[in-house]
Design a binder for this molecule. Structure first.
Ligand code: NAP
Length: 275
């Protein structure tokens, strides 16, 4: 696995101002990557960049029409190559369909599905060019895209239907992209975290009880999985790994999973994210 020192490989991390994205940026910087940090809160990105000894900061809303082009221009202009795209920016707004309607589905799809698809569209040409240049030069560092989905991309829970829909879409699209981009030298990895303590996903109920506290993981653990699913070449990675069991049970014992989710098990709060 190519997870060690990387000299001057370039990575774009969306949602780098907090949580899993920030932990991923720190991990990649430690491994020697040059970073392009993307999120809305410029102050946080700038502080992180200077703490990491320098990085390109692109402060924007990834759902904005101009966002993918601005990121692509910054990467080309400042680095001229791209070895890793981490589509991580995302959020969840809890609510039943009856209470929150199509509008809640729309905003989840816009941020958690459309934005990574559009970012990938803008950066794929440079990823392919970087792969081709490496092949031509006889060096083949793995060029990759990592899409951060969720265990909710496999098992839906009440009041998280809109979030699940967006992550199911991301997982399905990632599988097709994996197969399509293989011949072009671009690896596509999917990361499916379970409950991870971050500001957007505080997992308050789970952390309140000793019986469920252990379920909640840390952003640094997900950052390690992102490295495995990108430069490490894994196609799919649940974090922590046992969450893969829930996905398997959904197929093998759907009635059991329906009973567990409908009974209120496996619920956790996500706080309303900044607009
Ligand atoms: N934590 C969990 O339990 C968990 C579980 C499964 C999957 N995930 C997934 O992991 C990813 C990261 O989540 P997290 O837990 O690290 O959440 P977080 O701590 O709330 O961080 C979310 C990041 O996304 C950025 N972001 C949100 N909306 C954005 C927008 N419109 N434009 C640009 N950036 C935006 C935020 O930055 P700004 O606010 O500065 O823009 C922040 O950097 C998400 O895709 C989430 O669905 C999380």
């Amino acid at each position: 696995m190519e997870t060690g020192s990387t000299d001057s490989r370039v990575a774009v991390v969306t949602g780098a101002s907090a949580g899993i994205g920030e932990a991923t940026a720190r991990r990649l910087a430690r491994d020697g990557w040059r970073l392009v940090l993307v999120a809305r809160r410029e102050d946080r990105l700038t502080a992180l960049a200077s703490e990491l000894g320098g990085a390109t900061v692109v402060a924007l809303d990834v759902t904005a029409g101009h966002a993918p082009r601005r990121v692509a221009d910054a990467v080309r202009g400042e680095h001229g190559a791209l070895h890793l795209l981490v589509n991580n920016a995302g959020a969840a707004w809890r609510g039943t369909f009856a209470d929150t309607g199509w509008e809640n589905v729309r905003r989840h799809m816009e941020l958690n599905f459309d934005a990574p698809v559009r970012m990938t569209e803008a950066l794929l040409p440079l990823l392919r060019e970087t792969a081709a240049a490496g092949k031509h030069a006889g060096v083949s560092p793995r060029i990759s895209i990592v899409n951060v989905a969720s265990t909710a991309a496999r098992v839906a829970r009440p009041a998280s239907g809109a979030y699940s829909a967006s992550k199911f879409a991301l997982a399905g699209w990632s599988d097709a992209l994996y197969a399509e981009e293989r011949p072009h030298g671009v690896h596509v990895g999917l990361v499916l975290p379970g409950f991870v303590l971050t500001e957007g996903f505080p997992a308050t109920e789970l952390r309140a009880k000793a019986a469920t506290r252990w379920i909640v993981s840390r952003p640094e653990v997900v950052a390690g999985a992102i490295v495995e699913a990108g430069p490490g070449g894994k196609a799919e990675r649940y974090v922590p790994r046992p969450y893969g069991l829930a996905a398997a049970l959904r197929i093998l014992a759907p009635a059991l999973v329906r009973r567990a989710t409908a009974g209120g098990a496996l619920t956790t709060a996500t706080r309303p994210t900044r607009p």
